[in-house]
Design a protein around this ligand. Sequence first.
Ligand SMILES: NC(=O)c1ccc[n+]([C@@H]2O[C@H](COP(=O)([O-])OP(=O)(O)OC[C@H]3O[C@@H](n4cnc5c(N)ncnc54)[C@H](O)[C@@H]3O)[C@@H](O)[C@H]2O)c1
Length: 289
Amino acid sequence: MAGLLEGKVAYFVGGGADICRPTVKKFVEEGAKVVVLDISPTKLSEFNGMRDVITIVGDATKLEDNEKAVKAAVDNFGKLDTLVGCSGTWDFFVRIWNIPKEKFPAMFDEMFSINVKTYLLATRVALDQLIKNKGSVIYTVSNAGFYSAGGGVLYTATKFAVRGSIIQLAYELAPDVRVNGVAPGGTITALSGPKAVGMDKNKLKDLPKIDEVIKLITPLQTVPKPEDYVWSYVFLASEKMSRTVTGEIIEAHGGLGIRGLLEVYGMQTPERFKQWADAAYQILKMYEG
Ligand SMILES: NC(=O)c1ccc[n+]([C@@H]2O[C@H](COP(=O)([O-])OP(=O)(O)OC[C@H]3O[C@@H](n4cnc5c(N)ncnc54)[C@H](O)[C@@H]3O)[C@@H](O)[C@H]2O)c1
């Protein structure tokens, strides 16, 4: 049986990402051919030996590296019709008063470059192909593209910018190109932070009790895995599944938008609430300390 993405050619920007690697693999299983650009050779080595995947080590904030990726798709696979934005950097919830003033401009530039410029620049470079092939664009947003406290103010600002870009581009590129997003929730990955403030050495997955935190705050009580998102991306890339969908973002973070005012979820009985509050208190104290 033909896969859902048979005949498609996708460019994954920052596609070595922990969150996107299973999606790259699923795209191939569903019949797509894929070019993955990432700045990390180690991340890209995870695709070694995979059929129908070309990897390119490069910096997606650079025009020439995006051009290389688009050319690789066209030269090797004949065209490009799908763009998936994955690159990202996080700010580890840093409060604005804890960002040193003298480092603020560089941190701002780095976060917006990686989180926003890479997606928009890749889209600009791929545009002729996307329009010609009536393709689609899918950006990785975050719960932080909708709600406070998924990071600090810079991460939240970048993800709202990604969300705004989806809305604007869906309008500008209709009717030829569909533009949508996937918003993962807290996921235990190697997501790191900007060099400008030395956060490039930190990794989300090393935060103490991070899996417990994610579960505690999530109405569905899930700790999402990268594999949980693959069908959201496939759905949006396949016009068979979603040809009438554009300007939309699949919020796949376990229901943060329907959190209650007191309880996290409706079936949180007073007993469960007390357990939750005790655990949350311990974690809060640990993060503050
Ligand atoms: N992990 C989470 O909890 C979470 C939640 C919501 C959204 N996200 C988003 O998911 C996406 C993937 O993050 P992840 O958690 O898999 O972390 P990750 O660190 O594994 O992925 C980020 C990827 O971007 C690449 N990258 C960074 N700068 C680049 C550049 N200039 N050029 C090319 N590649 C570059 C990195 O090498 C890495 O492979 C990001 O956009 C992130 O904001 C993550």
